[in-house]
Design a protein around this ligand. Structure first.
Ligand SMILES: Cc1cc2nc3c(=O)[nH]c(=O)nc-3n(C[C@H](O)[C@H](O)[C@H](O)COP(=O)(O)O)c2cc1C
Length: 299
């Protein structure tokens, strides 16, 4: 059987990509050391970002990415950041929340692998035209940047797969267990970008204020909403924060998947939950489908 396209592209063991969820390098290093693609959110001042890259390399010698949310700076500022990535020979850049045209050509000229986060088919086509190496498709359920059209995972992944059958496709979010992993692969994804599940890990505990995990662990299916604005990340609802924390003023970015997370675990445990038993689950589904496909064929 041929190698998973996401693993082959990034040189990793599991097709698990960390989203740009923290500029601190510790969590990303843990993800890369566990066999996924760790990430540094590229939002710190320029020289601090360079230090974060160097610290990452002290913690892990495995592949990793820098995430650039393009909306958080002018094209010139984003290009200044990209120059550091080139100087530091970062292997992968994930661009999000903006045009893939700004950086893709420049980064690829320097041998950097580029993936772009999209929230719909037209965005995916633009990213492909810009020459990205992989598409990360982010549906409305996720804790990330979802655009204005609120497209669900069940529609977004098959639609992008049909539009771009040959590009590695990573489903962003909504996954916290092996059932989610099997489901997105059945939809046509080659791998998954994780956000909320990785926030609630032991290795992330110094990266977020205390209220963040309190909200994630307490969340149910009704606890999130879309933030206002152009890129509209999914966030905790104020009335939910008041019930949990006693104040409406604190909030966190988090996906609907928070409803499935009730324990702070290690990154290794997250990976084990996503893959161990997945093959058996997929076989059970295959057996159920086989039985259904035979309905009407018996005499
Ligand atoms: C706390 C938090 C911060 C995030 N910040 C960014 C960011 O700066 N850039 C980005 O591309 N995505 C960001 N995201 C989205 C993640 O990269 C990821 O795509 C998303 O969380 C996946 O959905 P999930 O939370 O359901 O797993 C953030 C998500 C969370 C939970």
């Amino acid at each position: 059987m041929s190698e998973n396209p996401v693993c082959a592209l990034f040189g990793i063991q599991y097709p698990l990509v960390m989203g740009g969820i923290t500029p601190k390098p510790e969590l990303g290093a843990a993800v890369s050391n566990a066999g996924g693609l760790g990430c540094i959110e590229g939002i710190a001042p320029l020289e601090t970002m360079r230090e974060q890259i160097r610290t990452f390399r002290e913690l892990s010698d495995k592949p990793f990415s820098i995430n650039f949310p393009m909306a958080m700076g002018s094209p010139d500022q984003v290009q200044e950041r990209a120059k550091i990535v080139i100087e530091e020979k970062v292997p992968v850049v994930i661009t999000s929340a903006g045009s893939p045209k700004i950086l893709t050509g420049m980064l690829k000229e320097h041998g950097i692998i580029v993936a772009h986060v999209v929230a719909g088919i037209s965005h995916a086509n633009k990213a492909a035209e810009a020459g990205v190496d992989a598409i990360i498709a982010e549906p409305t359920e996720s804790g990330g940047y979802r655009g204005v059209n609120e497209i669900s995972m069940m529609v977004l992944i098959p639609a992008v797969r049909r539009a771009l059958p040959n590009l590695p496709l990573i489903a962003a979010g909504t996954v916290a267990d092996r059932a989610g992993m099997v489901a997105v692969m059945a939809l046509g994804a080659d791998g998954v970008q994780l956000g909320t599940r990785l926030v609630a890990t032991q290795e992330a505990k110094n990266s977020y204020p205390e209220h963040v995990n309190k909200l994630i662990l307490a969340a149910d299916d009704t606890s999130t909403m879309s933030a206002d604005g152009r890129i509209r990340p999914r966030i905790s609802k104020p009335e939910f924060a008041e019930a949990v924390l006693g104040t409406k003023s604190k909030r966190t970015q988090m996906g609907q998947v928070a409803a499935l997370i009730d324990e702070i675990v290690t990154v290794d445990q997250v990976f084990a939950e996503l893959f161990q038993g997945g093959e058996q689950l997929a076989e059970d589904v295959a057996a159920r489908m086989k039985q259904l496909s035979q309905v009407g064929q018996t005499t």
